[in-house]
Design a protein around this ligand. Structure first.
Ligand code: IFM
Length: 472
């Protein structure tokens, strides 16, 4: 139970007011928060929604603590309250995802009007609150009915995804202009197809490469479907990029290979028109004539998700020849064991800005802690504030060095369903008491609000981006 006196923490002239970052950012820089459908909506059996693969994992008891997404943050019913939180924060934009099985219960065929109407309500309420909706088509909640016929391994999914994108464009394109096709395609393909274990261990290296290509094709087809239907659309995709470092010097090759799959398998074909050299032989069997042009469609922005670097070791017995490896001693970590390395964030920003030559929006960055952090009822999450400060400072450095960075979205507005970890891991600026669904802003919420306020008051006038100087 969170003491009520913690609900309205004021930063006053504290950390946010003194915070030096944002000097290099533009006045039109966008401050936002991100969430995703399955992680917050709940109402999984309501109003005609179909099942997604994550419902199935929950039904099979495959999530920590046997958690499910059935209720999650009950955002489906409490979206107005959550938009109120966004207004208190002062964010200009909100990135959410649409649940494919809510709009199309079996992934294709007849749309579900009640599901479509939910996002009408959400979008209208956001616009009324002066918050721009940024809509992501796919944040991992594959309709179960499509997974049953092969999911991303089945090339027919490219057409089904394009139809879904067209439905979204036709319904919301009068009010939504910012679209992302996918969130973190490298993560859901790697974990489902290559490194996974146990019952969810899907298939093999063949299906892994097949999935990569089909997701890339689906991205291209969705870009066209959105672009053709939405006047003034601004379309991108969201990638998780981070340094993949060798656990020991002997692991250097493995680290390089993992980096290619983690960082380049999707952005390279989508933004540059080719798979990275190290992947080309493996991808060749799946590429049909004209495919690379179908994938390489003009984009307006690059979405970057970043948390910290990973460490990798060679594992000749594993499918891709590598596995996640030991982390060196002495690097600070979050309570869930993720590396805290703001310089890696700065370098990644510089690299993606230079490599892909698109305006960059950081669509996720945040600090995960656990239920234990809150066991004593504390919401003074000063470690999250320290992390965000350091990372936004690194972003500022990258902008000062010439990276064209246009926005930053914290992951996440709310504590939520953290996939395999269930509800035990918390990334929110807002604490959720899952028993009562009470929302309690944490200290980081007040800090972020103060930062946005001071950054918006003090940022320089918008101007052309300075050329990228290097990767620091
Ligand atoms: O919660 C996830 C999100 O869905 C995708 N990016 C990483 C976050 C934290 O693990």
């Amino acid at each position: 139970m969170i003491p009520a006196e913690h609900t309205g923490i004021s930063t006053g002239t504290g950390a946010a007011a003194r915070f030096p970052a944002t000097a290099a950012l533009r006045r039109d820089f966008i401050w936002g928060v991100s969430t995703s459908a399955f992680q917050i909506e709940g109402a999984t059996r309501e109003d005609g929604r179909g099942l997604s693969v994550w419902d199935t994992y929950g039904l099979k008891g495959q999530i920590a603590n046997k958690d499910t997404g059935d209720i999650a943050c009950d955002h489906y019913h409490r979206y107005a309250e959550d938009i109120g939180l966004m207004q208190r924060l002062g964010v200009q934009a909100y990135r959410f995802s649409v649940a494919w099985p809510r709009l199309l219960p079996t992934g294709r065929g007849a749309p579900n009007e009640a599901g479509l109407a939910f996002y009408d309500r959400l979008i209208d309420a956001l616009l009324a609150a002066g918050i721009e909706p940024w809509l992501c088509l796919y944040h991992w909640d594959m309709p179960q009915a499509l997974d049953d016929v092969g999911g991303w391994t089945n090339r027919d999914i490219v057409g089904w995804f394009a139809d879904y994108a067209a439905l979204v464009a036709n319904r919301y394109g009068d009010r939504v202009k910012r679209f992302a096709t996918f969130n973190e395609p490298s993560i859901f393909t790697i974990f489902a197809q290559a490194t996974g274990g146990g019952e969810r261990d899907m298939r093999n290296v063949d299906t892994f490469h097949r999935c990569i290509h089909n997701v890339n094709l689906a991205h291209g087809a969705a870009v066209d479907a959105l672009r053709d239907r939405v006047a003034g659309s601004l379309i991108g995709a969201i990638h998780n990029c981070q340094p993949c470092l060798p656990s020991t010097p002997a692991d250097a090759q493995a680290a390089q290979r993992s980096s290619v799959y983690w960082n380049q398998a999707f952005p390279d074909p989508q933004c540059l028109g080719a798979y990275p050299a190290l992947m080309q032989e493996a991808m060749a069997p799946y590429i049909e004539p004209g495919d690379m042009a179908r994938i390489h469609r003009p984009l307006d922005w690059f979405g970057l998700n970043h948390y910290g670097p990973s460490y990798v070791k060679a594992d000749p017995g594993s499918r891709l020849g590598w596995q996640f490896g030991e982390k060196p001693d002495g690097i600070p970590q979050t309570p869930i064991g993720w590396m805290i390395e703001p310089d890696a964030f700065r370098d990644t920003l510089l690299t993606v800005a230079k490599t892909y030559a698109l305006p960059v929006y950081v669509m996720e960055n945040g600090f995960g802690d656990s239920d234990k952090t809150y066991a004593a009822g504390a919401i003074n999450d000063e470690n999250r504030i320290a992390y965000l400060k350091a990372y936004i400072g690194a972003l500022d450095e990258a902008a000062a060095a010439g990276a064209d960075i246009r926005g930053y979205f914290v992951w996440s507005l709310l504590d939520n369903f953290e996939w395999d970890s269930g509800y035990g891991v918390r990334f929110g600026l807002t604490y959720i008491d899952y028993a009562t669904q009470q929302r309690t802003p944490k200290a980081s919420f007040a800090w972020y609000r103060g930062l946005i306020k001071s950054a918006r008051a003090g940022a320089p006038e918008p101007g052309p981006a300075v050329p990228v100087l290097g990767t620091g």
